[in-house]
Design a protein around this ligand. Structure first.
Ligand code: SF4
Length: 344
């Protein structure tokens, strides 16, 4: 099949079968940017609600630039990878101050924005501004590797160059946005990781991997993701007036800028509370899986007459916990243990 026939067939498929999602029905660069950042680490079903919520709070670049970091993190709460939200807000301020409030229309200009990497820059440039640059996400790598039979590893710089060159070669210059979206959608809906729908695939007769029985072997990845275990022990203080304390996370780590109950991190799962307090109670372990980390958290409830004075903390009522951006691990614990948080 010629490259022209390939793209024609793919675009025709996309017209009929693509999921009708709000960011597909717009050329608004800000909306596309928000959707791309959310969808980087989040499934479409979950991302959709956040997309709407985010835009109802921050309908344009200016409102995002003007918001406080706490407000942005609060709207993002539960989505994880909070640096995405922080970077996007930083970038919104860059747009306001360095680009007169206009989102840059070129790939290079977009790359100057914090948190915008080559994938996001190519997506915004091609979809919002019609710039002919190919987008490569996991779906595109997989589809390309299988259809064209490419055995270069997708997570090496040499492999990346091979895929990038090919993706740009097959990109129709007149319709880069639709084609990029079609490539991603085809990988997400048809040429899926575990059970691709080969039997009904429109490319069955010309697919290299199908012909050579390599569908399960492609794409190739060489690096194994290391998963690290962490033991997090949170101290939930409560005094007789129903007040508690939270501390703000700083430093280069997960959940930067979010709030948590004071934390003691330990190397092993051996959290105990000294019985010097009036009443103490330690929860069962709560497991929370991140891509590269397994978090094993325990919540130690301490009922005390006087809350400890710690640096970098805020004193608040249990009810006010709702007003602070909390990691999903903590907000879920509160929601599922409401009897321990009267007034929440
Ligand atoms: S035939 Fe199978 S492996 Fe090949 S492109 Fe179609 S879905 Fe993917």
């Amino acid at each position: 099949m010629t490259i022209k026939a390939f793209s024609k067939q793919l675009l025709a498929w996309y017209q009929v079968y693509h999921r009708k999602l709000p960011w597909r029905e717009t050329n608004n660069a800000y909306f596309i940017w928000v959707s791309e950042i959310i969808l980087q680490q989040t499934r479409v079903e979950q991302g959709l609600g956040y997309y709407k919520r985010f835009l109802s709070h921050f309908p344009d670049v200016q409102s995002l630039a003007d918001a406080s970091e706490d407000e942005v993190l609060h709207v993002w709460q539960g989505l994880g990878y909070y640096s995405r939200a922080r970077n996007m807000q930083f970038a919104a301020r860059q747009v306001v101050h360095d680009f007169q409030g206009m989102i840059p229309e070129t790939y290079e200009g977009l790359m100057r924005l914090k948190g915008v990497g080559s994938y996001t820059a190519a997506a915004i440039a091609s979809i919002a501004f019609g710039v002919p640059c190919a987008v490569l996400d996991g779906n595109v790598y997989r589809f390309l590797a299988r259809y064209f039979g490419i055995a270069d590893a997708t997570d090496t710089s040499k492999g990346k160059t091979v895929f990038e060159t090919l993706a740009n070669k097959i990109l129709p210059k007149a319709e880069p946005g639709a084609f990029n979206q079609a490539m991603m959608e085809f990988g997400a809906l048809v040429c899926t990781p575990l059970k691709p729908a080969c039997e009904t695939c429109i490319f069955l007769s010309t697919c290299y991997a199908y012909k050579h029985d390599l569908v399960q072997q492609l794409p190739v990845k060489i690096k194994k993701v290391q998963v690290r275990k962490r033991f997090l022990n949170f101290l939930v203080y409560q005094d007789a007036n129903g007040m508690t304390i939270l501390e703000k996370r700083t430093g280069k780590d997960i959940w930067h800028g979010l709030y948590q109950f004071p934390l003691i991190e330990s190397a092993t799962d051996d959290f105990e509370l000294e019985a010097t307090h009036h009443q103490v109670f330690v929860s069962a372990p709560q497991i929370h899986q991140l891509t590269h980390q397994t978090l094993i958290a325990r919540f130690g409830h301490i009922y005390t007459e006087k809350l400890p004075e710690k640096q970098n903390t805020v004193v608040l009522s249990i009810e006010q916990l709702k007003e602070f951006p909390l990691p999903r691990l903590i907000s879920r614990y509160i929601e599922t243990h409401s009897e321990l948080f009267p007034g929440y």
